[in-house]
Design a protein. Structure first.
Length: 336
């Protein structure tokens, strides 16, 4: 723990420099989008990411959902929650009630597949089973609320690694009335959360604070980075879609994240409103075995070269500290 803390010090200056760049970027670019920036908040792996690592999964999941919905409420930010049936089963009785708050008002339940399986290793019939069995709990919940399931997001954002499979997967979604959920901002929140959970278990409050600060610094940089790349590729900033996981780190930092968006001139919209923008009218065309954010997909489909190496990774000390936890992260695959 001590050595990890010391190893982190040289990164402080770098983080500060990058934060200054991010702030300059926000200031310099806001005028390029006269209608104002918008962002939709989305959360994956409901009712709780990796519930099996918690000693009291139901209590921790309940508190996490409560904190996240309360922060969204404070900022009047609509949000979409992507559910895995397997996480409901592993939390056990009472888990479905954690979804109630996500099924009313400006909040919406969506499908993230039954078992969080990777579409790259499934054939089309298995992908179809993931979609259909993913509706086991949430299907009746949304119908009883007079709603329908509108969005599906593939685990790891893997849409199928070949053109044939991707086309087939898109047809399966369409046949069941789904739109493919896009995402444009990735903060590697799962990397920071693994470290944060270790610091919580160790009751190391200094480390918890350091991780939260590092995460918010990284988030500010990523918001600016992706806004710049979207502008470069599309010539304008489409509504952004923030990809987060439902975890303890986001529960404790969501207010601060929403404040970062507000400070950068963003207004909060629903996923449906965001994806009404023409940028999302076409599903990605060229297949990839990775799960990149949409700017990289838009760039490939348009033959525009972008340098993904300019995107910063989370600080090494955070990843190293979190790596001591053996539970598999929700998205261990390279992003681009
Ligand atoms: Zn996921």
């Amino acid at each position: 723990m001590r050595s990890a803390a010391q190893a982190g010090r040289p990164f402080a200056a770098m983080r500060m420099a990058a934060l200054i760049v991010a702030v300059m970027f926000f200031g310099g670019c806001a005028h390029l989008n006269p209608a104002g920036r918008t962002v939709a908040m989305t959360f994956d792996d409901l009712p709780m990411t990796n519930p099996e690592r918690d000693a009291q999964p139901l209590a921790i999941a309940a508190e996490t959902n409560r904190q996240i919905l309360a922060a969204l409420e404070r900022y009047r930010a609509p949000a979409t929650g992507f559910v895995n049936e397997i996480h409901i089963t592993s939390i056990g009785p009472g888990a479905d009630q954690l979804l109630t708050g996500w099924n009313q008002g400006e909040y919406e339940l969506a499908n993230h597949g039954a078992t969080h399986a990777d579409a790259n290793v499934l054939d089309l019939p298995a992908i179809e089973r993931e979609i259909i069995q993913g509706e086991t709990t949430i299907g009746p919940l949304v119908r009883n609320a007079g709603r329908s399931l509108r969005f599906f997001r593939f685990p790891y954002n893997h849409l199928g690694e070949t053109a044939e499979k991707q086309t087939g997967a898109m047809a399966l979604l369409k046949a069941r009335g789904y739109q493919l959920a896009a995402s444009t901002i990735d903060t590697s929140d799962y990397v920071f959360d693994k470290a944060f959970v270790r610091a919580l278990d160790a009751r190391d409050s200094d480390m918890q604070s350091r991780i939260k600060r590092a995460y918010l610094d990284h988030t500010a940089k990523q918001i600016a980075y992706y806004a710049g790349l979207n502008l470069q590729v599309l010539g304008y900033e489409p509504p952004a879609i923030m990809l987060l996981h439902i975890n303890r780190l986001n529960a404790e930092t969501l207010d601060a994240q929403l404040a970062l968006f507000r400070k950068a001139g963003y207004r909060f919209v629903s996923l449906a409103e965001a994806q009404a923008d023409p940028a999302y009218a076409q599903a990605p065309r060229l297949p990839t075995r990775f799960g990149p954010m949409w700017c990289y997909r838009w760039a490939r489909d348009r033959g525009i070269r972008v340098d993904g190496r300019l995107e910063e990774e989370p600080p090494a000390w955070v990843a190293d500290y979190g790596a001591a936890i053996s539970v598999e992260s929700p998205a261990p695959i390279p992003r681009r």
